[in-house]
Design a protein around this ligand. Sequence first.
Ligand code: ATP
Ligand code: MG
Length: 492
Amino acid sequence: MFGKKTETTLSPGLSAPPKPASVAPQHHVPVAGAAVPDLKVAAKPTGMAVEPAKPSADQRQKSESYYDIKSTIFNALIDAIDLTQLGQLDREAARDEIRDIVNEIISLKDVVMSIAEQEELLEDICNDVLGYGPLEPLLARDDIADIMVNGAGAVFIEVDGKMQKTGVRFRDNSQLLNICQRIVSQVGRRVDEASPICDARLPDGSRVNVIAPPLAIDGCALTIRKFKKDRLRLADLTKFKSITPEGAIILEIVGRVRCNVLISGGTGSGKTTLLNCLTGAVDHDERIITCEDAAELQLQQPHVVRLETRPPNLEGEGAITMRDLVKNCLRMRPERIIVGEVRGPEAFDLLQAMNTGHDGSMGTLHANSPREAISRLESMITMGGFSLPSKTIKEMIVGSIDVIVQASRLRDGSRKITHITEVVGMEGDVIITQDLFIYDIVGEDANGKIIGEHRSTGIARPHFWDRARYYNEERRLADALEKAEQRNKPMN
Ligand SMILES: Nc1ncnc2c1ncn2[C@@H]1O[C@H](COP(=O)(O)OP(=O)(O)OP(=O)(O)O)[C@@H](O)[C@H]1O
Ligand SMILES: [Mg+2]
């Protein structure tokens, strides 16, 4: 066996504290005839039985004795294998190798386990040695939006917009820190007491944030926004009733006819998803440059340049901010600039770009309504140190932003597009907006599900009508607006 040490044994020191999987064993010990404490008693816990029709493995809370057995077998395995050699095998071969050794350990130690239990244990151990440990089953699920780890003992997930506590736990905080380390090291970073905050990305594109002790008091807090393999499209949002089919057509037209768009919403409300959907309508001959803190957008066009900001290094140097990227974009002959999240002085540069021939640029920001999005934009510019009079900033916003799309996650977990709003002009010192579509909440059913509906506000000629005509989309736009208006009628 390749990954197995040539002369190995199971270490008799079974109660020794678990070693991190990344540490290569120091010494080799013979396998056969090793003094192995009798594990029979510990190995027959009642909680170990795997019963049929139970929740999936990651939801089930495993018993303490399971973790004891796992820890013992894990330690014996670490003593028996050569991790450096194992690391050179592909995942399948490494798994087979681990399977052989674990089976050997189980029989040597006389651990009583059913085949199903053995499989589960093997899976857990492989995940610890080769992957992200207890996180692996969660990472494999595509229905999870977020994974949130609050220290070794508490792992939450978000499914269908709802938060759930899982039965997943880490052996201890040091195993959790080890796994965080493994994740961030892939993007060339480190997380420890000296630099306890870190953003990273998993190889599959999932966005990761780690905050370690001493800042996180109860052990590492790890947050993962899972990357959706099948990105959501406008048709999916319609299917989920996040928007009506007519609303989706309007959004598609807004994306295609190069309106400057701001997508506003709370955390996890679906802003990035919406931005992705809107860019889906962009013609394939346009040059698009995206700027993000962690690349999440999945543009399908052939002519895309993706840029990512960079945090400072340990000496506090070398940071590249969103503003640096947006400014640099302007020298890259962009046709559209897409900013993943506008949260600082780059707001000014984005508005300038929108104003100066880069129509069809887009960005998201955190706000709870289109009105609030406008005031947030104003305050970002003011706080960015640009000494411009308030009226000038407002004029700039009016001159740049055409449409604000508001995304919301409602309290029942559903995600809705609650406003499609146009920025139409100024009256005195006030920015005037008009809603094309809004989502009205009517009530709540017996199961706590929100009852509501999307309503057209009856605007027959939006402000971007001329643009739509220029792109030969005015017929489609008129039809969609009319259908939306008819959909309202039964209500009246
Ligand atoms: N309309 C929708 N219906 C169902 N799920 C959705 C919808 N929009 C987004 N999601 C899912 O919600 C999760 C969060 O979406 P997204 O990343 O777009 O949110 P966000 O507002 O950009 O979050 P953040 O503020 O953290 O950047 C993702 O898993 C995404 O697939
Ligand atoms: Mg986002």
